[in-house]
Design a protein around this ligand. Structure first.
Ligand code: SF4
Length: 127
């Protein structure tokens, strides 16, 4: 299983104020088994969607590669990124939304850890 992580800062909006977006990628790369972590200021903007599509496309022929997106809540991400997933021609399960709102770096790490645990234990995966 390979995991790439993108973090959205939602234009520095209030729900993301508790996290330190400068140190978060390093924290994720140090603490978790991921290929990399990178921050974008607005993943649902045109540039952010293009970036996400590029990263998802890199997983096109590898169903065991997942792109964790730390941003708004899961239903919103599914809605915002539906077309991006379609364009990248990946299984929608390869996009792994993590709600990064209203918590610290440690809280975000814990939420990612939970999702990685679910991915590594497919029987416990969400549907
Ligand atoms: S993807 Fe979600 S968290 Fe990121 S800018 Fe858009 S609404 Fe905000």
């Amino acid at each position: 299983m390979k995991v790439k992580t993108l973090i959205c800062n939602c234009k520095n909006q209030d729900p993301f104020r508790l996290a330190d977006m400068n140190s978060l990628p390093f924290d994720i790369e140090s603490e978790l088994d991921v290929a990399y972590a990178a921050v974008h200021p607005q993943l649902c903007g045109p540039g952010g969607k293009e970036l996400l599509e590029d990263v998802l496309r890199s997983a096109e022929d590898d169903p065991d590669t997942f792109v964790v997106v730390c941003a708004c809540d899961e239903p919103t991400q599914r809605k915002l990124f539906r077309k991006v997933v379609q364009n990248a021609e990946v299984d929608e399960k390869q996009l792994v939304p993590v709600d990064a709102r209203n918590t610290t770096n440690d809280g975000i790490l814990e939420r990612i850890r939970e999702r990685l645990h679910e991915l590594a234990n497919p029987k416990k995966r969400r549907h």
